[in-house]
Design a protein around this ligand. Structure first.
Ligand code: COA
Length: 405
């Protein structure tokens, strides 16, 4: 069927249209309405929903855009987290979703949100509109016997049944551990913790104390899961330890599940070492996979709002191509000074490092180093000194967050 888009309207979904919106979500993602209702009740806020509507007011396509803030080396940078992108089948391949995404980017720019992130069903679909793979993760499968030495680890662990842990205890540890990192979601409210992790079986929490009654210094959020082969696994969903002793203690706690589970599963950024945990690393299976995609809503704001603690003082001119968002497209001077970056339009100058916005976002997230982008011909370089300075400015961690949305 060919559907002609004649007149469509981009707008926020009204409160009395939420059921209509959630019917599209249920249909498109095969979700059982009973499973979905708690999500609708707790997380679907009309102001975070956008739709393309027909003249008659029918919803043709829709999405959710959660307003996230990410810790970036101590600062907080806004990111719209796009989820639940749907289009009714009779209206597909008419361009509605493309239109929805780009209209949303214009709106986000107006609001001053520099970044947009999403998990793709197909990377090529979102790449066309400027999102690019900007994260990678390793999923480790560790037989619990491999963690046996940690059973003797020091400290004291307290277990909390789902929904019973004090969120402020977790938040203190989480913030102390991750606020200086890149990309972790700011979770300063009770609702942020109540919603995390939302989907899937209930999550238990283990909190580590150096001794009973002392200040807690680490936690692990985990759940049990039957894998594809029907084998029981313990999925370590999120581990935050302020000291190596806390980390050892929490892995020791996990190791005590050897009689219950065949595997311990843990997803980490690429630079988190896990091999030190295992007696025999060959028994640990680690799989590399691409994670979320990112886009600059506003390239200039994204570079300026984030501190650059490792950057040497330097100034050079770069070229950015963005075929969808004209304000990102052009020549800019980047000036790194005292750990901050100033971006100024420099149309009259000649860029020495030039790339598509999608390559710049991969560099920004730390997934791809600038010199790697030059090697793959995604970043054109005419000044090696500028390249080396950019490599130093970017060096360090990759962006990472635990949330799935
Ligand atoms: C994926 C989905 C949202 C696309 O909706 P749509 O209305 O067809 O999107 P659009 O018409 O705006 O598509 C934009 C472009 O991508 C193309 N496209 C559409 N579906 C595609 C697909 N499955 N694979 C590759 N390209 C696709 C369209 O042809 C169009 O290209 P064109 O501009 O050259 O014609 C829709 O198929 C859907 O709801 N699927 C089920 C839920 C889902 O998977 N959502 C995505 C979650 S990340």
């Amino acid at each position: 069927m060919i559907y002609e888009v004649t007149n469509m309207h981009y707008r926020t979904v009204a409160a009395d249209e939420i059921q209509k919106f959630s019917q599209a979500e249920q249909y498109c993602f095969f979700i059982d309405p009973t499973d979905y209702q708690p999500f609708v009740d707790r997380k679907m806020k009309p102001e975070e929903l956008r739709g393309i509507f027909s003249d008659e007011g029918d919803l043709l396509a829709g999405l959710i855009n959660f307003p996230y803030e990410l810790y970036m080396s101590g600062a907080k940078v806004g990111m719209g987290a796009i989820a639940g992108v749907v289009s009714w089948p009779e209206h597909r391949r008419g361009g509605n979703v493309g239109e929805l995404l780009i209209r949303l980017m214009h709106e986000e720019k107006e609001k001053g949100v520099p970044l947009s992130g999403l998990y793709p069903f197909k990377q090529a679909f979102y790449r066309r509109y400027g999102w690019e793979i900007a994260s990678a993760w390793l999923t480790h499968e560790i037989p619990p016997e491999q963690l046996a030495p940690y059973r003797r680890a020091e400290g004291h662990v307290r277990r909390f049944a789902p929904g019973t842990v004090d969120w402020q205890v977790l938040e203190r540890i989480y913030k102390a551990k991750f606020a200086g990192h890149l990309g972790y979601k700011v979770r300063e409210t009770e609702s942020a913790w109540a919603d995390w992790p939302f989907w899937g079986p209930p999550a238990h929490t283990a909190v580590w104390y150096p001794s009973p009654g002392a200040e807690p210094q680490g936690y692990l959020i985990y759940r049990f899961w039957k894998d594809d082969k029907g084998e029981q696994a313990l999925v370590a969903r999120e581990l935050a330890a302020l000291t190596p002793a806390a980390e050892r203690g929490l892995w020791g706690y996990v190791a005590q599940h050897d009689s219950q589970v065949r595997t311990v599963r843990y997803r980490t950024p690429r630079d988190y070492p896990v091999w030190h945990l295992a007696e025999n690393t060959r028994d640990v299976k680690s799989t590399l996979d691409a994670g979320w995609m990112l886009r600059f809503v506003d390239f200039q704001a994204a570079f300026e709002q984030r501190p650059w603690p490792g950057a040497p003082d330097a100034s050079f001119v770069i070229g950015v191509a963005d075929e969808h968002l004209p304000w990102n497209n052009g020549t800019f001077r980047l000036t790194f000074e005292a750990g901050r970056c100033k971006v100024t339009p420099a149309a009259a100058e000649t860029p020495v490092l030039t790339a598509d916005q999608r390559t710049w976002v991969q560099i920004y997230s730390g997934l791809v180093r600038p010199d790697q982008a030059v090697r793959t011909d995604h970043l054109r370089c005419t000044n090696l000194d500028a390249l080396h300075k950019l490599v130093r400015a970017i060096a360090g961690q990759e962006m990472w967050f635990y949330e799935y949305f």
